[in-house]
Design a protein around this ligand. Structure first.
Ligand code: ATP
Ligand code: MG
Length: 427
């Protein structure tokens, strides 16, 4: 026997039972973004590497350590997308979607990061993201947060997630803060862990969300970003908080929330759960008013979020909020001469007239007992039975599989559709 080739570590197959649950969640996501009037974007999975290094920032974890980059056969430096925002902005600039016009967009698909695989952290994972261009007020920040909240409500997990929120101010305010923070960190340099030492001079704000306990203790007395914020930033933030309260969305202000990517300003937020261990952030987002210009477009205000589908699925299964759905409603069984052909014809006919139901034909023959067993295993709700009697009488027999006491009903061919509709209506 040849050696078995296995999947790449951290890149998961989604098997039929998984996709049964993923599809239910994807449906909720699609219906929600559509209810808000957002339009779908589909960007390529591969982009030029410098798109990501410019957008996300050279000294971020994603660009420094996590990108799948390679030189292709034409010698171009390309990367698998680690997130969706950069590609979405690139596409909007390239196709002139955001000059003097607003866009409210969403996308869904695989992202790639070379991280250490563990629960809730994979090398291929999926994000649903939304990006809004051309609107600067806190109203649209509130709208996308409300949209994420509405997704969690529909999925029954709103109470299991906490909204953490912060404001990063504008670039001048952050520069002023960075100076103060670096000065403080330098005064305590020897007490910092290696990561924080390095970040002090590359990306000092990231020291704020260091996992090191010593560093966190040290930060208690560090200068606060909120002390460097001007009136405009404060007004934007407090209006947003007012709107969230009015919409019935609870939040916690987390002054240490800075997010991993460079492009954020003003509003940043995360939806966090304690039910998944270390990988507790299910959704994260914020404003990125300078990114469009940084990538060569006209200055355009922007805000968005990315929601990790694996973590969302993990949360739903951990909390028992989702289950595998049977994939067959009606199972067509039969016995007799040439019955296989008649069964295929009947099933096709039913599919045409009842497109909302999933109708499977039993294939491979065998006695009725065996065929009904299969119908049960598939979770079918109704069996459609064809035998020699039925053929002779131009009838079909229906059996309610969810109610074993209900008698089988033989009905004329012309009434099968109506009868099936009745039987399946409330199931
Ligand atoms: P973390 O701090 O957990 O590494 P992040 O800040 O890198 O997350 P973002 O870039 O904000 O994550 O991505 C948005 C969302 O995508 C995250 O909140 C998470 O749900 C999901 N996500 C990010 N990286 C991974 C991964 N490697 N595997 C699975 N989901 C991920
Ligand atoms: Mg990360």
């Amino acid at each position: 026997m040849s050696a078995v080739v296995q999947a790449i570590r951290g890149m998961n197959d989604l098997l039929p039972d998984d996709t049964s649950m993923w599809q239910q969640v994807e449906k909720v996501l699609r219906e929600t973004v559509q209810a808000y009037g957002y339009q779908e974007m589909r960007m390529p999975i591969v982009e030029k590497t410098n798109l990501f290094s410019r957008a996300i920032g050279e000294v971020t974890d994603v660009v420094e350590k996590e990108m799948y980059s390679f030189i292709d056969r034409s010698g171009d430096d390309l990367s698998l997308r680690p997130e969706g925002t950069a590609g979405c902005v690139r596409a909007c600039i390239e196709h002139n979607l955001i000059v003097n016009q607003e866009q409210r967009l969403w996308y869904m698909g695989p992202m790639f990061r070379h991280e250490r695989p563990q629960k809730g952290r994979y090398r291929q994972f999926h994000q649903m993201g939304v990006e809004v261009f051309g609107l600067e007020g806190p109203d649209v920040d509130a709208e996308i947060i409300a949209m994420s909240h509405s997704i969690f409500k529909k999925l029954g997990i709103a109470d299991d997630l906490q909204l953490q929120i912060n404001t990063l101010g504008n670039s001048q305010e952050r520069a002023l803060y960075r100076e103060k923070l670096v000065k403080y960190l330098e005064e305590h340099f020897e007490e910092l862990d290696e990561d924080s030492k390095r970040r002090t001079h590359t990306n000092p704000l990231r020291v704020l969300d260091s996992k090191d306990e010593n560093v966190q203790r040290l930060l208690v007395n560090a200068p606060k970003l909120s002390e460097c914020l001007g009136a405009e930033t404060t007004a934007h933030f407090s209006r947003l908080l007012q709107m969230l309260s009015a919409l019935g969305i609870k939040y916690v202000i987390n002054e240490k929330l800075v997010r991993g990517l460079d492009y954020y300003n003003l509003t940043v937020f995360e939806w966090v759960t304690t039910a998944l261990g270390a990988q507790g952030t299910v959704c994260g987002g914020g404003r990125y008013d300078t990114l469009v210009e940084l990538l060569g477009g006209k200055p355009t205000k922007a805000v968005g979020f990315g929601l990790g589908l694996e973590r969302l699925m993990l949360l739903l299964t951990t909390l028992n909020k989702i289950s595998i759905r049977p994939h067959v409603d009606v199972y067509v069984v039969g016995s007799g001469e040439n019955i296989d052909l008649k069964m295929l014809q009947l099933a096709d006919n039913l599919r045409e007239q009842l497109p909302q139901y999933r109708i499977m034909t039993h294939c491979g023959g065998g006695n009725f007992k065996k065929q009904f067993k299969k119908a049960d295993r598939l979770g079918a709700k109704v069996a459609v039975i064809l035998g020699e009697n039925e053929i002779a009488n131009h009838t079909v027999t229906l059996k309610d599989l969810l109610n074993q006491d209900a008698p089988q009903q033989e009905c004329p061919e012309t009434q099968v559709v109506a009868m099936l509709n009745m039987l399946l209506k409330d199931k």
